[in-house]
Design a protein around this ligand. Structure first.
Ligand code: AMP
Length: 219
């Protein structure tokens, strides 16, 4: 059996990025994240893909989904270069889920569950380091010095799409487009729901045991 193929699903702010980082490090697999890939390419020219806007930026700043053709191509390329992976931020609608099923098999599907109220608090207070990408929170996870990253000394910023109007829209987009994807994966034999409201270390404990039960991660 090759290295594990893991999917992590859940609303924005559920902790997918943090836990995917843990997964990638623990099992020595790739962290494939469409959000980071798109943030690094916000101004790429997508006009030849017959999209409403010419770059991903406008979709992302409003909290809307970037067109499937753009995201599918990013994932296809990343997965073809990876043996084991944790896929974070994709699929976000049923069309993407269909596309993914034609690209590869999945061993474990982790679904992080967090209430909407908690997500709004987490996202609106989140601050991200412009240097290393580390996440902080104005209330729940303050840096030693306000506005400065503990890790690399970079400046902490609010993501454009963590502003209140975009947060509400992202959660609506999730309810409408991604909830049906999760419902569909509930029938997958590797599906497991994880309580994402626990402290991060406990979420990680639940994920680690779930993955070890369902995939071969022996080194
Ligand atoms: P994230 O960091 O995962 O919350 O993603 C940030 C933004 O990138 C989203 O609000 C979307 O605009 C875009 N994005 C990320 N992944 C996808 C996807 N699978 N499909 C469409 N848009 C995406």
């Amino acid at each position: 059996m090759g290295q594990p193929h893991i999917l992590i699903l859940g609303p924005p702010g559920a902790g997918k990025g943090t836990q995917s980082g843990n997964i990638a490090e623990e099992y020595g697999i790739e962290h494939v994240t469409t959000g980071d890939a798109l943030r690094g390419n916000k101004d790429m020219d997508i006009s030849d893909m017959d999209t409403e806007y010419d770059t991903p930026r406008a979709y992302m700043e409003a909290g809307d989904l970037v067109p499937d053709a753009v995201v599918n191509a990013i994932v296809e390329e990343a997965l073809s270069a990876a043996d084991g992976f944790v896929l974070d931020g994709y699929p976000r609608n049923l069309e993407q889920a269909e596309e993914l099923s034609g690209m590869t098999d999945i061993d474990v599907v982790l679904s992080l569950e967090v209430s909407r109220e908690e997500l709004v608090d987490r996202l609106s207070g989140r601050r991200v380091c412009d240097g290393c990408g580390a996440n902080f929170h104005v209330e729940f996870d303050q840096p030693a010095e306000e506005g400065i990253c503990d890790g690399c000394g970079g400046e902490l910023e609010q993501r454009e799409d963590d502003r209140p109007e975009a947060v509400e829209n992202r959660l609506d987009v999730f309810d409408e487009n991604t909830t049906p994807v999760i419902e569909q994966y509930q029938d997958h034999e590797g599906f497991v729901a994880i309580d994402g409201e626990q402290p991060p270390a406990e979420v990680w404990g639940a994920i680690d045991s779930a993955v070890r039960e369902r995939a071969d991660v022996s080194e």
